[in-house]
Design a protein around this ligand. Structure first.
Ligand SMILES: Nc1nc2c(ncn2[C@@H]2O[C@H](COP(=O)(O)OP(=O)(O)OP(=O)(O)O)[C@@H](O)[C@H]2O)c(=O)[nH]1
Ligand SMILES: C[S@@+](CC[C@H](N)C(=O)[O-])C[C@H]1O[C@@H](n2cnc3c(N)ncnc32)[C@H](O)[C@@H]1O
Ligand code: SF4
Ligand code: SF4
Length: 326
């Protein structure tokens, strides 16, 4: 499906829950997060109907995200059902890794193609400071299990914050020398209010690149087609790759290829705009497949040319990343 600006939309991100077993300070407030509850989130059946309609419109890749997608009961069977949709889209997942040690092998068997694991520090005490929970060992065991299950190539997502974990950029980059992983550094996005960060903690892409250069020369990897948000590099002696996601400072919106479904059933045309289309209501009123396709098409038409973050009239949204799915 094409949007108004000639971009091809072939990627759908499904946030399957707004619940999470961590409370990362840049994503969710420590307390006072109201989960939308069982009736508020889309059922697996509803999610499958949306996914099937999207695949009919040309979506080739579906990412399951959250909240923490692995805390939702029945996620393995849901992945299997997605992978079995006519058209056989590629099914991928983004997780904090806490439950991966147990679930990596069943997820692979269900048809999951790849996995992206979010990890912001390699230091146990810091893990607690950032996520407000313990569990670094479990995440590392989860990454090992994902590798064992051949969920490859694995991507690790890190959000550097100045004075918090930016001094670990080089340690994370070093991982790509020893492992065939893609380690990606994501610019922090101020998307919801009530977060425990200050503007001084932002660490822009240019600063990330200077940090990375301390480890050795970064060799750019040329893009082949719309390659997603990451600018890719490698070190001459590295097995893996480095990605920098300049989510705020340098727009990759011109290549944007995605729509999002929020945990509570809204189609979100752009991560950084609070405009949404209610698909939950439509599903519960009994729309048919053609009407679902119509709603997805309308969202593609409503997709903005680019984000307006940083512009005078931009307002931080009410909805946290855990509902949008990142
Ligand atoms: N501004 C912006 N940021 C995005 C977009 N897509 C992903 N990101 C950021 O990049 C992070 C990593 O995304 P992932 O969930 O790993 O997915 P991905 O980068 O699409 O993954 P691949 O399919 O492996 O390329 C997200 O959590 C966001 O912070 C986007 O469309 N716009
Ligand atoms: C919302 S999480 C959902 C999936 C899963 N719980 C996880 O952490 O991977 C998806 C991604 O969004 C990123 N993210 C969350 N809040 C962010 C923010 N304010 N700025 C940039 N990235 C953010 C996380 O680092 C993670 O990689
Ligand atoms: S980034 Fe992921 S793991 Fe961390 S609080 Fe948000 S949803 Fe949970
Ligand atoms: S900010 Fe919006 S338009 Fe730009 S890449 Fe992200 S989702 Fe697409």
């Amino acid at each position: 499906m094409q949007d108004t600006f000639g971009r091809t939309i072939d990627y759908l991100r499904l946030s399957i829950t707004d619940r999470c077993n961590l409370r990362c300070r840049y994503c969710m407030p420590e307390e006072g997060v109201d989960s939308v509850g069982h009736g508020g989130i889309l059922s697996y059946e509803e999610l499958l109907r949306i996914a099937a309609a999207a695949v009919r419109l040309g979506v080739r890749k579906i990412r399951v995200t959250g909240g923490e997608p692995l805390v939702r009961k029945g996620v393995v069977e849901f992945i299997a059902a997605l992978a079995a949709l006519p058209g056989q889209p590629e099914i991928v997942l983004t997780t904090n890794g806490l439950l991966l040690a147990e679930l990596a092998a069943p997820l692979k068997a269900a048809g999951l193609a790849r996995i992206n694991v979010s990890l912001d520090t390699l230091r146990p005490e810091r893990f607690v400071e950032i996520t407000r929970r313990s569990g670094l060992e479990r995440v590392l065991a989860g990454i090992a299990a994902a590798e064992g299950a051949e969920l490859a190539p694995m991507k690790i997502n890190m959000v550097p914050l100045k004075g918090v974990n930016a001094d670990e950029i080089v340690d994370f980059a070093r991982l790509t020398r020893e492992h065939p992983w893609e380690v990606r550094f994501i610019e922090f996005m101020p998307v919801s209010t009530g977060l425990d960060y200050s503007a001084d903690e932002r660490f822009p892409a240019e600063a990330i690149l200077s940090e990375l250069a301390r480890l050795g020369e970064l060799l750019p990897i040329p893009r082949r087609g719309p390659a997603g948000p990451a600018r890719l590099f490698r070190y001459a002696d590295g097995l893996g790759r480095i990605g920098v996601i300049p989510a705020v400072s340098q727009h990759f919106c011109g290549d944007c290829n995605r729509l999002r479904i929020t945990a509570d059933g809204r189609i979100r045309p752009c991560l950084l705009s609070s405009d949404e289309i209610d698909i939950r209501e439509a599903l519960r009123l009994g729309v048919d497949g053609t009407e679902l396709e119509g709603l997805l098409r309308a969202a593609a038409v409503a997709k903005p040319k680019g984000h307006r973050l940083g512009e005078a009239d931009y307002r931080e949204g009410e909805r946290g990343m855990e509902r949008i799915g990142g």
